[in-house]
Structure formats: structure tokens, C-alpha cells
Design a protein around this ligand. Sequence first.
Ligand code: GLY
Ligand code: MN
Ligand code: MN
Length: 436
Amino acid sequence: MNPTPFIERRHRVLSQIGRDGIAVLFAAPGQRRSNDTEFPYRQDSYFHYLTGFGEPGAVLILDGATQKSILFCRDKDELDEIWNGFRYGPEAAQEAFGFDEAQSNSRWPHYLSQALLNKKTLYALWGLYPERDREVMEKWHNVQQSAGRRIQVNSHAPENLADLAALLDPMRLVKDEYEIGLIKKAGEISALAHIRAMQKTRAGVGELQIEAEILYEFMRHGARFPSYNSIVAGGKNACCLHYVANQDMLRDGDLLLIDAGAEYGFYAGDITRTFPVNGRFSAAQKDVYEIVLAANEAVIAAVKPGADWGGIHLLALRILVRGLTDLGLLQGTVDGNIESQAYQRFYMHGLGHWIGLDVHDVGKRWQNGKPLLLQPGMCTTVEPGLYIAAADDIPEAFRNIGIRIEDNILVTADGCENYTALAPKKVADIEDVMHG
Ligand code: GLY
Ligand code: MN
Ligand code: MN
């Protein structure tokens, strides 16, 4: 691992918190799955962002006064390492990850107590791990009490408790070169898995088998985990937005909606493709598909620095609502259906979200009631969809059609790059892959 991007990020935080600030953050706790087995460990995204250090039980303190970063981590332990694998220990961790100092994790409370004295602001990710809040607050309280008893006039504990996320989220929102390399790789692996799924799909195959093909493709390209639970939704299951049961058989004549993405080097991919189980779209399926595709493509064409997501959202909405109105699925005018939000019956989710270390990544989309303007280095999904659940007033041919087409887009200096474009989405291209 190259520690340089992580060291640079710590420097940026240290310079922002200043000489009278201190920040503390914690590694993710392990999660028990059942009895004595655990879920696979995944480091907290913020902690990873500032350290690259993948072990549980670690604490990072950024001390503004000394402008130093101090890692507290598990000590070496021969017996535990026989059972549970390698751990760095403070000495090797300091060297490998470029910390100014590293100590045993039993020492962080003592260190924090000392370092809190005479600071003005204590930054933490309050609420993220509430049991850690309690420990930090206890230390702060003790320092505040003892500082009040000291003779020195200037002896005090921080009077401000500040949100470290307010500082880190804008940093995470704009990806650096190192991150862009990883996120593009996550997008590429995710796209390859969608291609494989298209190739393996036919009537009589189970949704679960297709999920297995997707996970296989992720893992064989070095992605250890999916970045969220894969949605493999045949027919009516596609009208359930978070369908992850993946237990049904695929049927001739149905569509299959797959929303699946690989996590690579901690960065998420998040692609949705929708295609016919038998490899050929029916006329009604194609009609709806072309509307969603038009919205997806128009939005991607509009993504560039300075663009406003509010306007882009409206652009997609107009295409979707015009399509629904032209098909007779909505009555009245496009403007009327937008005004009344009648479209919500068929399009009930957002157009996209930031993507990065988390699939739904941090960072504001709106500030003071206004949309944030796009800028180079931001990564967003673009994911219009239409979901037509069966109902008496829906013509037979349109019932149970659920379609979403989702790509991952990097805003560049002069426009954008769709780095998940490798996954086919034009009708002819999908049919080629499935029949190829
Ligand atoms: N896969 C989650 C989403 O599309 O937002
Ligand atoms: Mn998404
Ligand atoms: Mn998705």
C-alpha cells in the first residue's frame, strides 16, 4: 500500500483543525454473525480514508498542537495471530502507514486526556459509534474538571465539540487521483459481472445462480465483497426496489433487473442493468426501456462542472413523465403530472447519489435549499427507472415491468466520464451479448 495519499489527507485535516484543535476517530468494531463467528471485517470508511489501516481496535488522534498523527493499534500477539492472522503492531504500523507516532491501543485514553488540555475544539464523528462517544465524553469531562482545579490561568478543556464529518465529507466528495484509479476499477469489475450475468441468463435459471455468477466475477477480479447486497429481480420482483431475496426462478417473457456492484480497494461500484430473460424485448418492454434509457443518456450528457443537479433531475423527470404520458400510463399533461407528482406511482426514488468509499457516499447534495454545483472529481450515480406494478388499470402488456438503468459518472474538467459504460445498455447491444 502506498501511504502517501493517506498522509496527505491527514495533513489537510491537521491544517484545518489548527493548533488549538484535536480530532479523534475510531476503527469499525467487529460484528458478530452468530455464536462465535463474525461477519467479514470491513474498516470504517472515514478511518480508512485517513489511515489505510485495516485492523479493528484502532484509534487515530490528530493533534493540532504538534500537527502530528498518532495511531493506537493492537499489540503483536503470537497466539492470536496463529488463530486469526497477521496484525501489524504499533512499530510496523507506524512505518508502513507513515504515522508520526504509534502506540498500543490501550494507551489512547491516557493520550487523549493529556492532549485535550488547552485545546479549544474537539472534533469527532459523534454518533457513529455511540459507545465510543461515551468514552470520549468521559475523558473530556475529567479533563474539564481537573483543568478547573489547576492554578494556571490558561488551563482548560475544549469548549467546542465539533463534527469531524463536516470537515471530512467535503474532502471525500471530491476524489483524488488515487481514488479515481480505484473507483474506476470497481466500475469496470462491476460492468464485467453484468456482462457475465447477461451471458448466463435464461429461463429456468434461478436468481440466486445469477447472483453467484456476479459474485464469482467480482472475486476473480480481486473484489473481495459486493458494495451492497445484490438485487437480482426477475419479473414482478423488479417492482420491489430493495429486493435482495433472490430466490425465484427466471421466467420466459419476463425482464431481469440486476443492481449489483463490486467493492474494490474500498471503493464502490453500483450498476443496474435490465434485460429480457429470453434475450428479446417484447414491444411493451422495449417501449418502457427506451424511455428510461433516454433519461439515463440525457442526464449523462448534461453532467459537467457547474451543472446543477436540480436542473438535471428535472430534465430526467420530463423525459420519464413524457414517456409515461405518451404510453397512456399517465393521463393529462406532462406539466400537470409533474406538478401533481402523479409519476410517483411509477418513479419513486432519486435520480442518483454520490458514490465513493460508501455506495451511498457522504457529502451534501443540497446546501441552504440550493443544489450543490458539480465539480471535477465528484462521482455520482445516474439511475432513472420506471416500475409498473400489476393493477387493474394497467394494460396487460405493461404489468410487472420494472426497469432501472444505472451508471457511475466521474465529473471531469470538461464534462464527464461514464466509467461503467462497458456494461451494455442499448437494446441491440444487450441482445448481442445475450445471443453472442
Ligand atoms: N444499489 C443501491 C442504489 O442503487 O442506490
Ligand atoms: Mn445507486
Ligand atoms: Mn444500484
